[in-house]
Structure formats: C-alpha cells, structure tokens
Ligand binder design. Structure first.
Ligand code: GAR
Length: 197
C-alpha cells in the first residue's frame, strides 16, 4: 500500500479528485495517511476530515521564524512516514532539507504546460492570467517530481487544454482543473502506486 501525505493550501479540489479516485478504484493500492495545510482556514482540511482522514494545519503564522516553521512542517510529514508526498495546490516553497530527504518521493501538480508559465511567482490564478495575457491558444497542466528548483523537476505527465475566446482567468482555471488536473494527478499517483510493493 502506497502511503501518501497530501499538502494543500486552499480549496482542495485536487485533494477531492484524489479521494474520489481512491473511492472509485481508479487509484489503486493507495492510502492517504495525512493532509497538511499551511493555512488553517483551507477548505481542503474540511474535505479530508469529512472522510475521516487525519488533517492538520501547520501555519507559518504560529512560528517566530521560517526555520522553525520548516522544521515543524517536516516533523508533521515525518510523523506519518509517507512513501509519497503529493503537493495538491500547495502554495508554499518546501524546505530544502525536506526536498533532499524525500528526493524522488514528492510530486506536484502545476496548472500549465511546463516550461511555460511556471517558476517563481506563477501559482494559482496568476498562471492563467499570464497565459491569457500572452494569448496562448493551448495551455494545460503538468505533474512533475519536485527538486530544489521551482517547477524544474522531471515531468511525469501533462495534458493540454484549449483556451477559448472570451475566457477569463477563472473560467480558464476551472477548465484546466476539470479537463487536466483532476485527471492527470490521480493517474500519476496510480502509476506510482502500481510500481510500489
Ligand atoms: C490548482 O490549480 C493547482 O494546480 C495550483 O493551485 C490550485 C489549487 O486548487 N497549484 C499551483 O499553482 C502550484 N504552483 P485546489 O486547492 O482546488 O486543488
């Protein structure tokens, strides 16, 4: 059984897609052992709790320094010994010591076709604003392994989504989620789970 720890910051629709895929059998051999949010008010925490999943907040606001927050965050992950850490709409830069410790065992979903519209400052709605400002006709989403750069790790899978006339950032974000993110993140987890003993 692949033990996964899912890190979230907001609404948690990607977390929901993972939980639904586990329930309907499209993700096999996988258990969510903990959901961690950097944001106490994240709706994602309620989604997890309503399924009886251990869900906690580790907020930088409760720590005097970034170092103390980083170490508390890493301890919260270590405590459940996950095989895989899934960043599902997690909008905080991970502590470098965590990236080293979990090398090859952290994946992230990013709402564009990397290497477009990624890296520092490109997260959430900002990605879709930038795509519309550039006038691209196709965008999409990417699941990749996390390394010490921002959105620079090896790509696992990508799915393209059309940009349509009249799109707003919100409309485009929703289409990218529905047609790409909620499809390829569960797929990537299932592929990893199938390889896991
Ligand atoms: C998703 O679109 C995800 O791809 C994005 O944040 C949103 C979270 O939504 N992540 C990033 O931008 C990471 N750089 P959710 O909380 O509903 O899953």
């Amino acid at each position: 059984m692949l033990r996964i720890c899912v890190c979230v910051s907001g609404g948690g629709t990607n977390l929901q897609a993972i939980m639904d895929a586990i329930d309907n059998g499209s993700i096999t051999n996988t258990q969510i052992v903990r959901v961690i949010s950097n944001n106490k008010g994240a709706h994602a925490l309620e989604r997890a709790k309503s399924k009886g999943i251990d869900a906690i907040a580790v907020s930088p606001k409760d720590y005097d320094s970034r170092e103390l927050f980083n170490s508390a965050f890493l301890s919260a992950v270590d405590a459940v010994s996950p095989d895989l850490v899934v960043l599902a709409g997690f909008l905080v830069v991970l502590p470098p010591e965590m990236i080293r410790k979990y090398e090859g065992r952290i994946i992230n979903i990013h709402p564009s076709l990397i290497p477009s519209f990624c890296g520092k400052g490109y997260y959430g709605l900002k990605v879709h604003e930038a795509a519309l400002a550039r006038g691209v006709k196709v965008t999409g989403a990417t699941v990749h392994y996390v390394d010490e750069g921002t959105d620079t790790g090896p790509i696992i899978c990508q799915k393209a989504v059309e940009v349509l006339e009249g799109d707003t950032p919100e409309i485009l974000q929703r289409r990218v989620m529905e047609q790409a993110e909620w499809v390829i993140l569960p797929q990537a987890i299932d592929e990893i789970a199938r390889r896991h003993q």
